[in-house]
Design a protein around this ligand. Structure first.
Ligand SMILES: *[C@@H]1O[C@H](CO)[C@@H](O)[C@H](O)[C@H]1NC(C)=O
Length: 149
């Protein structure tokens, strides 16, 4: 009887392990170019680890939102590029469903921010983004105006 109980415990334990490894958990690269220059583009994963976003703490303002995506932030502050790679909670992956494209923000004081969010696969935040060509942007804006007129 005692042996049966131990077997039961062991089986339950392995079932539990299987259970926590499934689901929509994603692994993302986690680094900051200030601590490790290899975090920059082109990304060099030799000294950088991935982390399982399922174990991320939830956000204090959005306790129900889980980290299910990866993110790469490229930021230029006063002429210096900084890179951050981490799990992501909010945001839409890519632009129009294409994860190769990133959101861009240009602020005052020579600040430029590019945010790339992806869910495609584990470690997807290693990718270098594509830039939207200015001409395409003009065509998109032109299209919007054409529809308004
Ligand atoms: C790390 O980078 C190497 C070389 O680019 C690549 O072949 C390998 O798949 C990467 N490792 C992971 C875990 O993505």
């Amino acid at each position: 009887m005692a042996i049966l109980n131990i077997n039961y415990l062991i089986i339950s334990f392995f079932l539990f392990l299987c259970f926590i490894n499934t689901g929509d958990s994603i692994q993302c690269w986690y680094c900051n170019s200030r601590n490790d220059p290899k975090c920059a583009d082109p990304f060099d994963n030799s000294t950088i680890n991935m982390k399982n976003c399922a174990f991320e703490q939830s956000l204090s303002h959005y306790p129900k939102v889980k980290a299910t995506m990866c993110r790469k932030i490229r930021q230029k502050v006063h002429g210096e590029w900084r890179y951050f790679r981490d799990c992501a909670y909010l945001g839409e992956p890519g632009i129009g469903g294409d994860e190769r494209y990133c959101l861009m923000r240009t602020g005052s004081y020579n600040i430029f921010v590019e945010i790339c969010t992806c869910v495609g696969k584990d470690g997807c935040n290693s990718a270098v983004s594509l830039q939207i060509h200015a001409l395409i942007l003009i065509l998109i804006i032109g299209n919007i105006f054409a529809k308004l007129i």
